[in-house]
Ligand binder design. Structure first.
Ligand code: IVH
Length: 664
């Protein structure tokens, strides 16, 4: 070989090394050692030399990272050792139960916790230190060959620091920065947006043209060695070994001696993760020592020596696909966000309320925006903001003018934010009144669900609430309907008959009077024990009651003034529904007629228990402290309500005082 050629070959080796090292420093260590300009110069020189002398191109050349291979399809790859998934725990209690199960087997162990990266699992094979192939998880047994795309990941070395045979597994993900950039570009090109970084990463890894993948800047963390005990004996050492090979690991991992330390760590991770440039959806918890893994064992799907603690994501960003409109039982037309489904607080959300026109305009929410959706506890999911950095040319929102069901013109009353359908015969309204009336929280006619209501409404059997109680006159016709087996009809009619005995407050709630929720209904019946009394109550009398404000009082008066509602009540009375409230409460107790607010944590009662006791003694439980409050029952860690009670001079009871009072 001539000197010149020797020199070229040498230079290619040198450049390959320089650029690979620069990639490692920048993408894996996050510590750049050369400038972008220098990097570009070296890379350009290498590309040029490789083009002229392809025979000297090295296997681990960084020029492969720009992609270029176009496939027809992905080859199947069988995993020698299946890729399992993890069981989940969603709270501390479930985590403690996991710990209990382990401790039935052994007490001598430590945990290791790692961040759970929300991306796609991948298994990568290196032979003699050289990248051979990468496969998706697939069904766990058989995955797809995504080598070409994986090779473009800049933090993934194509050659390890040791020439060994090893299979490593990890998570491919799209950093927030790459994700935002990608969606901005797609918006410009009028392409559909990715709902979240995970979907974007999945879409990218399945590109047949690796050039596309190269441009999208995926990243990877490795967290597992297949057959790890050939190399090390704990998960912690496995991570350190992976790192020593030049592969990227997530820096957040920690060994904990016991469950208390572990839980503390998890809280710490939960705080930290918000600052990170990638999505995490939990913490993976593993038993650190490998020798215990076999002892503890596996189920068909996952190891018993590991689990994933899922963070309670209270909000997430997703694509607002469309805005639709729903009509409620009072005729209010509510705009609804149709979302690309996402998991929030452990459940999938695909629709969220947008409240009303003003709410949408104030937040400038537009169809095809990326929006943040919030859901805490039992609350209905709502869209809380738009990610304006991803806004392009979406059209501003305009409210519809006609009822989505009956097409009659919508009305917006002065001073109100809601649009109403004022057509008393709007089928949409009727259906929702019926559904509400029979729902579990109201009259609880469980066989009369949404579908049945819709069908019977459409066929003309049901229009108003009182029609429910005439259904029995059409038993034979009902039994002839498709989908209405004899048994089903009999069950339905029996449930309807039984509902006549339902408590008075549930009936009042079931009527669907605006602003009268289940709690207000209870307050009403404890003050007016028969329907006649309630219908005769004046506005002034109603507002006298704790819990009943002006708005509620007005709404009640307006409801009972309407002739069709008077007629409905008369019919329900004739049909034999229970319309009075039996006060089996203790009437001479000090709490009788008093309003009590609960706050803080009680040691001996759940909130529900305390409320039930108070109600039994004739008191009402209210959620906010006002001048009308008689007592505040304050447990530990009571906050603003306690302060307000003190400011207003309301009597504050501690748990001991409460106990004395209820027994006295
Ligand atoms: S260990 C046999 N560690 O979570 C156990 N998984 O639901 C193999 N994941 O399929 C998984 N970060 O895609 C492990 N530090 C981590 C992880 C992690 C993310 C993903 C992985 C796995 C899924 C389990």
């Amino acid at each position: 070989m001539g000197d010149f050629i020797m020199h070229i070959k040498q230079r290619i080796i040198e450049l390959t090394h320089i650029v690979n090292q620069a990639n490692f420093d920048y993408h894996t260590l996050d510590q750049p050692t050369i400038t972008d300009y220098q990097y570009d110069q070296y890379l350009k020189e290498l590309i040029k030399l490789e083009e002229e002398y392809p025979e000297y191109k090295l296997d681990d050349s960084p020029t492969d990272k720009v992609g270029g291979v176009v496939l027809d399809s992905f080859k199947k790859i069988t995993h020698q050792i299946p890729m399992m998934s993890l069981s989940n725990v969603f709270n501390e209690q479930e985590l403690r139960a996991f710990d209990e199960r382990i401790r039935k087997i052994t007490n001598d162990f430590s945990y290791i916790s790692e961040l759970k990266i929300d991306g796609l699992a991948v298994s990568i094979l290196y032979e003699n230190g050289k990248f051979v192939r990468a496969a998706t998880r697939g069904n766990g047994q058989v995955g797809e060959d995504i080598s070409e795309n994986v090779k473009t990941i800049k933090s993934l070395p194509l050659r390890l620091k040791e020439d060994i045979n090893i299979e490593v597994r990890g998570e491919i993900f799209m950093p927030h920065k790459s994700f935002n950039k990608l969606n901005e570009e797609r918006l410009e090109q009028n392409l559909p947006l990715f709902a979240n970084p995970r979907n974007a990463a999945a879409g990218t890894i399945r590109q047949l043209d690796s050039k596309v993948a190269a441009k999208r800047n995926l990243d990877i963390f490795l967290y597992q060695i297949v057959d790890a005990d050939k190399f090390v004996s704990t998960q912690k050492d496995a991570l350190l070994f992976i790192k020593s090979l030049g592969l990227k690991i997530n820096p957040y991992f920690k060994v904990s001696k016991n469950i208390e330390d572990l839980i503390e760590n998890i809280h710490e991770y939960d705080l930290q993760r918000k600052k990170m440039n990638y999505e995490t959806d939990g913490v993976v918890i593993k038993i650190n020592a490998f020798n215990l893994h076999e002892t503890i064992g596996y189920t068909a799907k996952h190891p018993k020596w590991a689990t994933a603690y899922k963070f309670q994501a209270e909000s997430a960003v997703t694509l607002l696909k469309d805005i639709t409109f729903q009509i409620g039982r009072t005729g209010v037309v509510t705009p609804v966000a149709e979302l690309e489904p996402i998991v929030i607080s452990g459940s999938t959300v695909s629709r969220a309320t947008l409240h009303n026109e003003d709410y949408i305009l104030a937040k400038d929410i537009r169809i095809k925006d990326m929006v943040r959706v919030h859901k805490a506890g039992e609350i209905i999911p709502e869209v809380i903001e738009v990610d304006l950095s991803q806004r392009k040319d979406q059209e501003p929102f305009t409210m519809i003018e006609n009822c989505p069901v009956c097409q009659s013109a919508l009305v917006r009353k002065p001073g109100e934010a809601d649009h109403y359908c004022t057509n008393d015969n709007c089928p949409g309204k009727h259906i929702n009144q019926l559904i509400h009336f029979s729902s579990r929280v109201a009259m609880d006619i469980d066989t009369l669900g949404e579908k049945v209501v819709e069908t019977l409404h459409e066929l003309g059997f049901l229009n108003t609430i009182s029609d429910i109680y005439t259904l029995k006159n059409y038993e034979n016709e009902l039994k002839g309907l498709p989908g209405f087996a004899n048994k089903k009809v009999e069950k339905l009619l029996k449930a309807i008959e039984d509902s006549k005995k339902q408590s008075f407050d549930k009936l009042i709630f079931g009527l669907g009077i605006k602003h009268v929720g289940s709690k207000v209904a209870k307050v009403l019946v404890s003050n007016y024990s028969t329907i006649e009394d309630l219908m005769n109550a004046s506005y002034d009398q109603l507002v006298e009651i704790n819990e009943i404000g002006e708005m509620i009082a007005k709404s009640i008066i307006a409801y009972f003034e309407k002739p069709e509602n008077k007629h409905l009540i008369q019919q329900l009375m004739n049909q034999g529904l229970n319309m009075s409230y039996e006060q089996n409460i203790v009437s001479n107790h000090e709490f009788n007629g008093k309003t009590i607010v609960l706050t803080g944590k009680l040691d001996n009662y759940t909130r529900d228990d305390a409320q039930a006791i108070i109600e039994k003694l004739g008191g009402n439980v209210s959620s906010s402290v006002s001048k009308k409050t008689d007592y505040v029952l304050a447990g530990s860690d009571a906050g603003s309500k306690l302060k307000k009670a003190n400011d207003l001079g309301v009597t504050v009871l501690n748990e001991e005082d409460f106990k004395v009072k209820i027994n006295g």
